[in-house]
Each structure stands twice: as structure tokens, then as C-alpha cells.
Design a binder for this molecule. Structure first.
Ligand SMILES: C[S@@+](CC[C@H](N)C(=O)[O-])C[C@H]1O[C@@H](n2cnc3c(N)ncnc32)[C@H](O)[C@@H]1O
Length: 343
């Protein structure tokens, strides 16, 4: 008899937490949370409403929601505190605000899920802006230390030709350019709006070692053959509808001793392995609303984050690459990065 695994949780509690998240997001988006961090705590509802520039009665109701949820604390004499670190409030407030953006996409998603509906849809601009803020300088620097430097250290020196495929607004490539001032970064994205944004920010940054080009990852030019020491492809493969073309392109443009590194959320391809998994709980909703619809726009079935680590690794191998272990993490363990070389 087939065995079944249950991860049933208290549905009512999940919904209550979701509602609290929405109210927290509202406070973050409208400046109540900011006002709270700037005011002397504990404070009265009136003091907070005046600081935030909001009506007292609405502020009281917001506070009620947050006290009930355990996010805000209250003293016996009815004064309120928000006992969380400012940086954490900023990070999780921004994350909570994603729910409001995803909610706006419900009509599009509803159409795409219909049997006779469209295959998917393109990027929703507010999502791209949301990602840009999510990629804070601090987060990117930490990411570079943990995930990029161990890969870059596989080659001697610091003057590399680096290709960033699917650079988005280009924040990450600018951090890499700062880290490797003697290297030349070519950063491409198929989305003109993203490249325009990246170019604008590049001018402001004064960096001279990046070039942004609007180009599809599946159409890398022939003259780039054997040109790059490193190819970085961050948060792109699972969004793409041309993974085969991108991987074939990487094979052409990577130097024989070069390394490619593809990063996607560390989620398994198998639902049995995502039970109670925090990474899957966090990322799969973004996939349902944005990554899967975007990657469904090509001739094949969409990928999305649910495509998962195991199938992603398999696809890379099928294109004739050798997957390289970096550090002591076994390549069979679910992880964000897959580093690979030409055979
Ligand atoms: C989730 S964003 C990631 C952006 C950036 N790499 C980062 O980590 O912040 C995915 C980006 O990949 C781009 N993209 C998706 N498929 C692509 C393709 N086939 N060729 C080029 N860019 C692609 C999208 O336009 C989008 O900007």
C-alpha cells in the first residue's frame, strides 16, 4: 500500500497569520511602521497617529490588529511598542508588501490557469521594482561573499571577462564590477525596460567596467565564442522559456577553462521533499504568480521555481556540462547554485 505523508497544519492559524501579514504590509507601505521606528517608544495611539499623519481611529484599529498578532506590544497604561530591529522591519515589511503586488496579479493568473486561457504573461513592472529593492547592497554583498567569491576563486587572477545573463536592473552586476575593478562585465537582459534602468543607474555609479545590452540569453552572438572566464546566471533559468538555447549559448561563449554558475531558489523538484520547507514556502508563491507564467510563454511547458534543483542540474548535464562541487557542499544536496564547466 502506498504510504502518505501528511503536513497538515492549522488552516485557521495560517489564514490569521496571512491577514496579519497584510495589515503589517499596509502599515509598512503607508508609513505607519516608519513613524513607529522614529517615535519615542512606548507611545500612545494618538502620538503615533500624529507622527504618521493618519486619522486616530484608523491608527487605533491598525494597532489593534498588530497587538492581536503579537507584532506590537502594549503596556498596562495603553502605550505601544514595536519591538523589532529597524533593519528587520525594513526587510520583512518589504517582503510582506509583496503580497499586495501578487494580489494585483490575480486576474491575470486566473486567466492563465484556465484550460482555454493564455499560456502565461510577461513580467509585471511592480514585481521588477520589488526585486530591485529586495536586492539591497547589503544583501548582494553578503550573497557575493557566500556564493560568488568561492566560484571566482576557482580561477587565478582578478582580470576576467564576465557575462551576466538576465541581469535585470543590473544591481548585482554593479556590485560584481566594484568587487572586480580589473574585470570587464557584459550584462544582458531580454527586457528593454530593465536594460534602460540598468544603464541609467550605471551612469550614476560612474563604473566603467560594465556594458549593458538588451539581448536574449538564447541569442548570444557568434563573435563571443570562447570569450568569457565566468558566466553568471542569477535567478533566470527557472523564469526562462529558452533554457536549452541559453545552455547551448553558454557552451559556445565559455572559455575551455571557464566556469558558469546558475543560481535559482534552493527548492527541490519533488513535492515530497518540500514538506514544511521554509525556502519552498517562501519562493513557490512568487513562482505561481510570476516565474511560471513568464516561463510558460515559449513553445514548451513552463518551468518556474517548482522545476527545482534536481531537474535543473539534470538539464545542465544533458547539455554536456560537468557539474563542479565548490566548497564542501555535496552537489546532490538541494542548493541555490550549480557551478558547471565544459567537458
Ligand atoms: C528574477 S529577474 C533576476 C534579475 C537579476 N539577475 C537579479 O538577480 O537581480 C530575471 C531576469 O531574467 C531576464 N530573463 C529571463 N529570461 C531571459 C532570457 N531568455 N534572456 C535574457 N534575459 C532573460 C528577465 O527579463 C529578468 O530581468
Amino acid at each position: 500500500m502506498a504510504s502518505s505523508t501528511t503536513n497538515a497544519r492549522d488552516l485557521e492559524q495560517i489564514v490569521r497569520d496571512g491577514l496579519s501579514t497584510l495589515v503589517f504590509a499596509f502599515g509598512f507601505k503607508t508609513g505607519i511602521v516608519d513613524a513607529f521606528t522614529e517615535i519615542q517608544q512606548p507611545c500612545t495611539a494618538k502620538e503615533l497617529s500624529e507622527k504618521a499623519g493618519k486619522k486616530l481611529r484608523y491608527t487605533q484599529e491598525w494597532l489593534g490588529c498588530m497587538v492581536a498578532a503579537g507584532i506590537v506590544t502594549i503596556t498596562d497604561d495603553e502605550k505601544y511598542s514595536l519591538p523589532h530591529d529597524k533593519t528587520q522591519l525594513k526587510i520583512w515589511g518589504h517582503n510582506a508588501a509583496a503580497i499586495t503586488i501578487l494580489s494585483e496579479m490575480i486576474p491575470k493568473l486566473e486567466e492563465a490557469t484556465k484550460l482555454d486561457g493564455p499560456k502565461g504573461y510577461g513580467y509585471y513592472e511592480p514585481v521588477l521594482h520589488w526585486i530591485d529593492v529586495y536586492r539591497s547592497s547589503e544583501a548582494l554583498q553578503d550573497w557575493n561573499q557566500r556564493l560568488l567569491l568561492p566560484v571566482m576563486n576557482l580561477k587565478q587572477g582578478n582580470a576576467f571577462a564576465i557575462l551576466d545573463i538576465g541581469c535585470g536592473f543590473g544591481k548585482h552586476s554593479r556590485e560584481v564590477a566594484k568587487l572586480y575593478p580589473c574585470s570587464k562585465i557584459t550584462a544582458i537582459d531580454m527586457d528593454q525596460f530593465s536594460i534602460d534602468n540598468a544603464k541609467k543607474e550605471l551612469t550614476k555609479s560612474g563604473l566603467k567596467n560594465i556594458e549593458y545590452i538588451c539581448l536574449k540569453g538564447g541569442q548570444l552572438p557568434d563573435e563571443w565564442a570562447n570569450k568569457f572566464d565566468f558566466v553568471i546566471i542569477n535567478d533566470v533559468l527557472h523564469d526562462s522559456y529558452e533554457v536549452d538555447e541559453i545552455l547551448e549559448g553558454i557552451k559556445r561563449v565559455l572559455k575551455p577553462d571557464g566556469f558558469a554558475a546558475a543560481y535559482d531558489p534552493a527548492v527541490s523538484s519533488y513535492h515530497k521533499k518540500v514538506i514544511n520547507d521554509a525556502t519552498a514556502q517562501y519562493f513557490l508563491p512568487f513562482s505561481l504568480f510570476q516565474c511560471l507564467p513568464v516561463s510558460s510563454m515559449g513553445p514548451n511547458e513552463g518551468l518556474g521555481i517548482g522545476w527545482g534543483y534536481e531537474r535543473r542540474k539534470q538539464k545542465i548535464k544533458e547539455h554536456g556540462f560537468r557539474v563542479v562541487q565548490v566548497g564542501d557542499k555535496d552537489i546532490d544536496a538541494i542548493q541555490e547554485g550549480i557551478v558547471f564547466q565544459k567537458m
